[in-house]
Write a protein that binds this ligand. Structure first.
Ligand SMILES: C[S@@+](CC[C@H](N)C(=O)[O-])C[C@H]1O[C@@H](n2cnc3c(N)ncnc32)[C@H](O)[C@@H]1O
Length: 314
């Protein structure tokens, strides 16, 4: 696993202000989905001094929604803290390799296994109340609940890249390679990752800091395939990223042979070192059955976790 550490709190106060004139005064502005948000408001994102109470660790963001019609400001705190899972006993350098991987139908999700069933039921009941909302209203609510939606996709292929920028602010991606002991630059694997926003951000971040980085990815062929041509020029994605589609050429990570094929490609590319970072973001439409999304995705999550253990630096 990547090294264990708790990211130190920022001692600085940075303010990013989306002033009204950025968006034409009181006019609404659009997210990438074309959803108008922040009508009559301006949004400010502030990185607060988290070394002082009430914050204990991690970066924290406050969104200030300011009414242009003179009503008082409304503060919506967005605290973000991270915790690392680490292993006190050294991980075995081998063990998974000889195991047969059987991808089969998984058992139903047991809400009591890692969580509290009452909390899960209460959440489901609350989510069900949103079923009656028209789609534009639901998307508008989503956009207003998350200040990062205001950033859109920035210079990248999609919003996933901006999510990775958020994780970078919390986890210091540039420092990960140093912590995992890589000597030949930073290696990463990006699973279920088309069109490639995570990859684009990682390559862009390292390239613009002059640190060598190289990545391998696997994703389903089709309309969400990797789109290296659209990635920022600085990434030089075709040079530093290897798209893989497994033994059968479909990119389907459910298949044992595809997982094995991807693992071997990474082993050869990293000269058996493994990668410093694995990111995974597999997802698909669940055909209106969003309330059981976890059940639908459980198998995909397991395959990604397994592939992570097979490719991560030990
Ligand atoms: C939310 S998108 C990933 C976005 C990506 N993180 C990015 O930065 O652009 C989900 C991806 O999972 C892929 N996916 C879904 N099921 C998969 C499977 N069985 N095997 C491989 N990829 C899969 C989809 O094709 C899609 O590319």
């Amino acid at each position: 696993m990547i090294a264990s550490a708790l990211i130190a709190a920022s001692a600085l106060i940075v303010t990013i202000v989306a002033a009204p004139n950025y968006y034409g005064g009181n006019e609404s502005y659009n997210t990438n989905d074309g959803i108008p948000i922040c009508q009559n408001y301006r949004a400010e994102l502030q990185v607060l001094d988290t070394s002082k109470p009430p914050f204990s660790s991690g970066l924290s963001f406050t969104q200030v929604l300011r009414s242009s019609t003179g009503s008082p400001d409304r503060q919506i705190p967005h605290q973000q803290a991270i915790a690392w899972i680490s292993s006190k006993t050294p991980l075995p350098s081998s063990g998974l390799e000889p195991l047969e991987i059987v991808v089969d139908k998984t058992s139903p999700v047991d809400p009591d296994q890692f969580s509290d069933k009452d909390v899960v039921d209460a959440l489901a009941a609350t989510k069900q109340k949103m079923d009656a909302l028209a789609e534009p209203a639901r998307l508008r609510a989503r956009a207003r609940a998350n200040p990062y939606e205001a950033i859109g996709r920035s210079i990248f292929v999609n919003r996933s890249a901006v999510k990775m920028a958020n994780l970078d602010a919390l986890c210091d991606l540039l420092g990960v390679g140093a912590r995992t002991g890589g000597q030949r630059g930073f290696f990463f694997a990006d699973l279920c990752s088309g069109p490639g926003g995570f990859t684009e951000y990682i390559l862009w971040r390292f390239a613009t800091r002059g640190v060598p980085a190289r990545g391998w990815g696997i994703t389903l062929k089709g309309d969400q395939d990797f789109n290296l041509d659209r990635m920022a020029r600085e990434c030089r994605a075709k040079e530093f990223f290897v798209p893989c589609y497994g033994a059968d050429g479909t990119g389907n990570i459910y298949k044992t042979d595809n997982i094995r094929n991807f693992t071997q490609t990474v082993e050869i590319g990293t000269q058996d070192e493994g990668v410093d970072l694995v990111t995974a973001d597999g997802g698909f439409h669940v055909g209106g059955d969003e309330h059981h999304q976890e059940e639908h995705s459980k198998q995909l999550v397991l395959c990604q976790v397994l592939t992570m253990f097979l490719t991560l630096r030990k």
